[in-house]
Design a protein around this ligand. Structure first.
Ligand code: FE2
Length: 330
């Protein structure tokens, strides 16, 4: 096997990637994507699925053109099976089944969170890291041995979700963490009463969100943005430090959408100095959701496990609540 197509459709991003093991250098891995951007509301599943359907052909054509291949050259189709939002996931799985039926390529289901870790380790060249996986829906501390083990996680919402909801509340157009970070950089004061909730290696962000929403108007948007981000990052850094001491790892990989935040990276870096451990961060194009991570992970799984890593066409259906510690093949 040499060419794997990867389809990503778990949330707002529709992406297609191609991993081609015959090509050397950066061109081994290409991808194309289109992101659904709601204005003034959260993600509406039907609207996201409609968006993905709308952009499917141009994204597919662009990915194939970048890879210099046609659909018939594809040996396997890796698809994001979960966790994620039902309707957009259903669309991605349906397209994977269709291409498989049309070309005869085998189907390899991929766990979205595992794909963030695998592409992160590949791109940041890490061998045995403690993983801090932070995105919209997830915040987890993970180590990989015979399985992916979750050492700690959020007890309520994901860190990205905290930032997105708060950003929308204060009227930022796309409600993204990156815009909130720009606002936070202009802060004057840290609000000392901002909640801080760490329970062992677990964290909780719900109280932080409620506090932030309640105090809009009482404090400046900049000060609240900074205090919320500071505490969320400090909470996760504290939990990560605990996991690092326990596992004695010398590498820490931060990946997922929120890993693009420089304030968080710097905080982790400062903590790691004391433990003489190294920070690994994949390039931003791989931290945001993308099809390349699905193609790469599907390739690795199929190379290692062969047919066992594949599913028959009727089983290529979404698994919206697929936890990373339930992944069988890695
Ligand atoms: Fe993601």
């Amino acid at each position: 096997m040499s060419i794997v197509l990867g389809i990503e459709s778990t949330a707002h991003t529709f992406g297609i990637g191609v991993f081609n093991d015959k090509k050397l250098g950066r061109k081994r891995l290409v991808h194309s994507r289109d992101v659904y951007r709601p204005t003034g509301e959260g993600i509406v599943p039907r609207k996201v699925a409609d968006h993905h359907e709308h952009v499917f052909l141009p994204v597919l054509k662009d990915a194939l053109a970048q890879a210099g291949i046609g659909l018939d050259d594809v040996d396997a189709i890796a698809f994001s099976q979960g966790p994620g939002i039902g309707q957009p996931l259903q669309f991605g799985c349906a397209m994977a089944r269709y291409i498989s039926a049309k070309t005869g390529a085998v189907l390899v289901p991929v766990n979205h969170c595992a794909a963030h870790i695998e592409i992160g380790m590949y791109d940041a060249k890490m061998k045995d890291p403690l993983v801090v996986y932070v995105s919209g829906g997830n915040t987890q501390l993970i180590v990989k041995d015979k399985m992916y083990r979750v050492m700690g996680e959020t007890l309520d919402i994901g860190m990205g979700n905290l930032f997105d909801v708060f950003a929308r509340e204060i009227g930022l157009e796309y409600g993204h963490g990156s815009e909130l970070e720009l606002l936070a950089q202009k802060h004057k004061n840290y609000i000392a009463q901002t909640p801080y909730t760490v329970k062992g290696m677990n964290v909780a962000f719900g109280g932080l969100l409620t506090y932030a929403k309640k105090h809009i108007g009482k404090y400046s948007r900049e000060d609240i943005a900074y205090s919320v981000m500071h505490n969320a990052f400090a909470m996760e850094t504290e939990a990560a430090e605990r996991a690092l001491c326990l596992t004695k790892k010398k590498e820490l990989l931060v990946c997922g959408g929120v890993a693009q935040n420089t304030m968080f990276r710097n905080m982790l870096k400062t903590m790691l100095v004391q433990h003489k451990a190294k920070l690994g961060v994949p390039r931003n194009e791989y931290n945001a959701d993308n099809g390349a991570m699905i193609a790469y992970t599907g390739y690795s799984l199929y190379k290692k496990h062969g047919k066992k890593a594949t599913v028959p066409i009727e089983k290529a259906v979404p698994n919206p609540r697929w936890r990373i510690d339930q992944v069988k093949y890695l």
